[in-house]
Design a protein around this ligand. Structure first.
Ligand SMILES: Nc1ncnc2c1ncn2[C@@H]1O[C@H](COP(=O)(O)OP(=O)(O)OP(=O)(O)O)[C@@H](O)[C@H]1O
Ligand SMILES: [Mg+2]
Length: 385
């Protein structure tokens, strides 16, 4: 499981964490559900981390190219028990639906789960209003179809069909954006665990059965066409898990710093933004997201979701600005305009709510003598231009 990482903007999880996955496969040799690469416990460790503990391979187990000791970093910041429930759902070959606000790492979690369970996160269908049933089932290679009629060779499998054949996990992103009749195609796949190919009737290829291990992870965004519009039949075939925002300020700030640093690493640039500035940024995101400041002051919430993913994007921009325009300006002075950009995404008039936040929480913190908040308060004019 190695591939050049130099030519890819983003490495899929199974390549980015190949060493960890091989290590965990050797570390925990307990029983695995059919088709699984790792034990359920090792999958949880891969995603939620080893709690800073260094794990050591058992005596005599020395796979080539795998270190003997390894600390597994936490990748998904959140409840470990949520990850455990997801893993148990998949071990039972039930469909898993991750629901939540935008930018809460639903897609990331589904990618990590599928990479750890079956070694690939690439069997994915992106749900849109234009997604067709063929994209969930199969299509045809029309040149072959015209030349020699329907045959298994002329059939073009969808990622879901490939997952069924190989006993892997298929991912469906934003399932609620698909039209109801397309969503219904999933009902029969999830209950019968087979796909009929009427064009091949009378031949062995007429029914394709799912191999053990096959299951689905879907994601759905609460801000789009909601899960309420999913049919009851489809809902019943999925276990729902709600992914929420990160509850803890320190954990969110650390994550934002880590992800922004990783983004700058990818362009071989050092990340030089102070932790204190990041903490101010993440605090502002959290206050606006919650509609209440840490101190308990009322804050008017903008309609845009102030997600961790957006905070990572802003922190990355601050890091790039500091690297490419060094010494031009203090990075903190870039924060108000970036916040304004995020806040006004859904509704341009929400700029007024950000000004309200400045006149409330930012001013009060400035008056209490917090240095960075005083600097931010002095930058209020930026928001009015
Ligand atoms: N709890 C978290 N743990 C780790 N990373 C997180 C967490 N929350 C947000 N992130 C960051 O947010 C990024 C975006 O997450 P992702 O795209 O998976 O979100 P999403 O929930 O699928 O959003 P959308 O609903 O818009 O598709 C992640 O790559 C990561 O940097
Ligand atoms: Mg997503």
């Amino acid at each position: 499981m190695t591939a050049s990482t130099l030519t890819r903007q983003i490495d899929p999880a199974e390549f980015a964490h190949a060493t960890e996955l091989e290590f965990l496969a050797a570390y925990d040799d307990g029983p695995r559900p059919p088709g699984w690469r790792l034990t359920p416990r090792a999958v949880v460790t891969f995603i939620a981390g080893s709690d800073d503990r260094e794990l050591t391979l058992p005596k005599g187990v020395r796979p080539e190219g795998v270190p003997v000791k390894l600390t597994i970093p936490r990748k998904f910041v959140g409840d470990r028990s949520l990850v455990e429930r997801c893993v148990v759902t998949l071990a039972g070959e039930r469909g898993l639906l991750l629901v939540g606000e935008p930018g809460t790492a639903k897609s990331m979690l589904s990618e990590l789960l599928s990479a750890a369970v079956c070694g690939t996160s690439e069997l994915v269908v992106q749900g849109t209003a234009g997604t067709t049933e063929d994209q969930l089932r199969y299509g045809w290679n029309y040149a072959l179809l015209l030349a020699s009629g329907p045959s298994p060779e002329a059939l073009v499998p969808s990622p879901v069909l490939t997952a069924m054949r190989t006993g892997a996990v298929a991912r469906i992103e934003e399932i609620t954006r698909c039209l109801p009749e397309v969503q219904d195609a999933m009902v029969s796949i999830l209950s019968d665990r087979r796909i009929a190919v009427p064009e091949l009737a009378g031949t062995p290829g007429a029914t394709i059965h799912a191999a053990p291990g096959f299951t689905l992870i879907a994601t759905a965004n609460l801000r789009d066409r909601g899960v309420s519009e999913m049919s009851a039949a489809l809902k019943r075939r999925f276990n729902f898990e709600t992914v929420g925002p990160i509850p803890d300020l320190a954990a969110e700030t650390a994550l934002v710093a880590r992800q922004a640093r990783a983004a700058l690493d990818r362009v071989q640039t050092a990340f030089a933004v102070d932790d204190a500035v990041l903490e101010v940024l993440v605090t502002a995101f959290r206050d606006l997201r919650a509609g209440r400041s840490v101190e308990g002051w009322e804050v008017e919430r903008p309609s845009t979701v102030m997600s961790t993913a957006e905070a990572v994007a802003v922190a990355t921009s601050l890091g790039l600005a500091a690297a490419y325009f060094p010494g031009d300006r203090d990075v903190l002075s870039l924060v108000p305009a970036h916040l304004q950009g995020v806040v006004c995404k859904d509704d341009p008039t929400d700029g007024a709510k950000l000004l309200g936040y400045w006149d409330g929480a930012v001013r009060r913190r400035a008056e209490e003598g917090a240095r960075l908040w005083r600097q931010l308060w002095e930058l209020r004019d930026v928001l009015q231009s």
